[in-house]
Design a protein around this ligand. Structure first.
Ligand code: SF4
Length: 376
């Protein structure tokens, strides 16, 4: 059985960040967490009946903010999901967390149910920028949360930073980068601010002055240089890791492996087909209540589309895509999959095709969305 990942979405946050376009809603005082946990437990049992041989190697609690629902409810939800699958071979179990709800109690609880990797959303060390983003923590609280994770024996911690934020300067960004490196996390993710149509800032039509593209490009490459000089390997467009600390769950995804996603908007790739759960808490719980399972109605298989998706996912990794392996796995050559586009992208300096491997060029890394929209 190939490696399989299990993703559990926790669609609750204490407040919506100004830029957020994820499937998440503000946690109220009602019984919504309990109802949600019941729905996920039902979905888990139904999924395990469709996928009886699924053995989970990596698990990932994402959101939303998983830690926002509290230690007891989170432990109960994970326990009910895990009881539906063979999780005896899990080697990596990540939990996303935000600094405002990281304390000894939640850290001990998540460790007790098997989490061995913490992904902490720091975003910035600049309190003014954190305020603009609508984050609920200060820089000092983020550092305290990181230190609490270390005190509680977390040996694999990933930190997120955001660039391209209004008001952020190149020097300010490099200061964030340097403060992050001083903390010595095992893994770093950097994201350029992107505002989807569901972001509160966009909905409220607040004036937004994003930095020029050239400044965002400079920020990306400057950070890459500093992280690499500090011993981090740039292994995916937005991700850097100390050797051996690449996120195994996400690497499986980029290598077009199998994974099952539970919860609203969660995506799955099993048996060569892709499925996506309904968006939004209400649509999801309604679908669960009537037993409308995406897994029960597989999309017709489309080998050409599967090969194109695999190519785009593989190109996210800096190692690139080995053309011979690709042909052996999908029965389509890279050139059959891309037609003339690969030549156009090579000529434009966005892709390189050397020694049987296709990969993004240094320039293509920042312009990857452009490359992928042409290939998909
Ligand atoms: S960005 Fe993350 S923490 Fe902020 S509201 Fe969205 S899901 Fe929650």
């Amino acid at each position: 059985m190939p490696e399989s990942g299990l993703y559990i979405h926790i669609p609750f946050c204490l407040r919506r960040c100004a830029y957020c376009d994820f499937d998440s809603s503000v946690l109220g005082d009602g019984p919504e967490v309990e109802k949600y946990a019941d729905a996920v437990a039902i979905e888990s049992r139904a999924s395990s009946s469709f996928l009886p041989g699924l053995t989970v190697q990596t698990a990932y609690l994402g959101g939303g903010t998983p830690t926002a629902i509290g230690a007891g409810p989170l432990a109960g939800l994970v326990d009910s999901v895990f009881s539906s699958f063979d999780t005896s071979a899990v080697v990596e179990f990540t939990c996303e967390a935000n600094p405002e709800n990281v304390d000894a109690e939640i850290l001990e609880a998540v460790r007790a149910f098997g989490v061995n990797r913490l992904s902490l959303g720091i975003q910035s060390f600049n309190d003014a920028l954190l305020g603009w983003m609508g984050r609920l923590h200060t820089a000092a609280e983020a550092v305290a949360a990181y230190e609490a994770a270390r005190i509680n024996d977390f040996e694999n911690v990933s930190l997120d930073l955001m660039y391209g934020v209004p008001g952020q300067t190149r020097d300010g960004w490099l200061d964030d980068v340097s403060r992050l490196i001083d903390l010595e996390p095992e893994h770093i993710s950097t994201y350029c601010l992107q505002l989807g149509s569901g972001a509160p800032l966009v909905k409220e039509r607040r004036g937004i002055n994003l930095p020029d593209d050239e400044i965002a490009v400079e920020m990306y490459y400057a950070a890459k240089e500093v992280f690499e000089a500090a011993g981090y390997r740039h292994y995916e467009i937005s991700n850097f890791a100390k050797p051996g600390f690449e996120c195994r769950h996400n690497v499986n995804y980029w290598r077009n492996g199998e994974y099952l996603g539970l919860g609203p908007s969660a995506a799955s790739h099993v048996g060569g087909a892709r499925y996506t759960n309904p968006h939004g808490l209400d649509a999801y719980t309604t679908a669960v209540a009537v037993g409308r399972w995406p897994l029960a109605a597989p999309e017709p298989s489309d080998p050409a589309r599967e090969a194109r998706t695999a190519l785009v996912l593989g190109l996210r990794m800096l190692e690139g895509v080995d053309a011979a392996d690709f042909k052996a796995r999908y029965d389509f050559g890279v050139a059959d999959t891309t037609g003339e586009d690969i030549g156009i992208l090579v000529d434009a300096g966005l892709l390189e095709h050397n020694g049987g491997v296709v990969r993004l060029t240094r320039r293509g890394l920042f312009l990857s969305d452009e490359v992928f929209s042409r290939l998909i």
